[in-house]
Design a binder for this molecule. Structure first.
Ligand code: SF4
Length: 196
C-alpha cells in the first residue's frame, strides 16, 4: 500500500475518494485544512462530521493549520465576480498547506476530495494541485471522481451525514442561494405553463 495524503473538504465528499483510492492500492490519511469555510459554526460542523466518520472508519485524520486571516487578505478581495480567480487562490491556500503537511509527514503522494463535486472548478483545482505537488516534490494523484458524486450523495444520506448546500465561503453561500431561487422560479414557471 502507498501512503497518500488526501486533502478533504468535508465528510460526504471523502466517501468515494477514500473507497476508490483504497481500491487502487493507496492508504489514505485525511488532511483537513479549510480556512475558507464560513461562518465558524459551519466550519466546525463540517469538521466534527469528518472527525466522527474518520474515527468510525479508522482513517487517520490530520488537522492542519488554517490561516483565516490570510484567506481574508488574499482570497476575499478577489470578490464575487471573478470566481475562477477566487477559487484558484482558495484552492492554492488550502492545498499548499496540505502539501506542507505531506512533506513534513513523509508522504510521497497527495490528492484532494475537491475533485468529487461537479460544482467545483475541476480543471482549476487539478491544475493547482499538480503545480503545488510538483513544487513540493510530491506526486499528485489526479482522478475524476465526479461520476461518483451521485453515489457519494446516496451514501452520505444513508449514513445520516451532515450535508452542506454551498461550497464554503460567503460568496458561495450567496451564489448557491441565488441558484436555488432561480431553479425554484423555473419550476414554478414550468408548472404554470402546465409543463409538469
Ligand atoms: S466558492 Fe469554494 S473554492 Fe471558491 S473561493 Fe469560495 S470556498 Fe473557495
Amino acid at each position: 500500500m502507498t501512503r497518500l495524503l488526501l486533502h478533504a473538504c468535508c465528510a460526504p465528499c471523502s466517501l468515494e475518494p477514500v473507497r476508490l483510492l483504497t481500491d487502487e492500492g493507496f492508504e489514505p490519511t485525511i488532511c483537513w485544512t479549510n480556512p475558507n469555510i464560513q461562518p465558524a459554526d459551519e466550519h466546525d460542523r463540517r469538521l466534527a462530521e469528518l472527525r466522527r466518520w474518520c474515527a468510525a472508519e479508522g482513517i487517520p485524520l490530520i488537522e492542519a493549520a488554517e490561516d483565516t486571516a490570510r484567506w481574508e487578505a488574499t482570497v476575499a478581495p478577489i470578490g464575487a465576480l471573478r470566481r475562477e480567480m477566487r477559487c484558484r487562490a482558495c484552492y492554492a491556500l488550502r492545498l499548499a498547506e496540505a502539501c506542507r503537511v505531506a512533506v513534513d509527514e513523509g508522504f510521497t503522494h497527495i490528492a484532494t476530495t475537491l475533485a468529487v463535486s461537479p460544482y467545483q472548478l475541476f480543471d482549476t483545482c487539478n491544475d493547482v494541485l499538480e503545480r503545488l505537488a510538483r513544487a513540493h516534490g510530491l506526486i499528485p494523484v489526479v482522478r475524476d471522481f465526479r461520476p461518483w458524486y451521485p453515489e457519494a450523495t446516496r451514501r452520505s444520506r444513508e449514513l445520516g451525514m451532515y450535508r452542506q448546500n454551498y461550497c464554503g465561503c460567503r460568496f458561495s453561500a450567496a451564489e448557491a442561494a441565488l441558484d436555488r431561487a432561480r431553479l425554484r422560479d423555473e419550476r414554478r414557471a414550468q408548472h404554470q405553463r402546465g409543463d409538469t
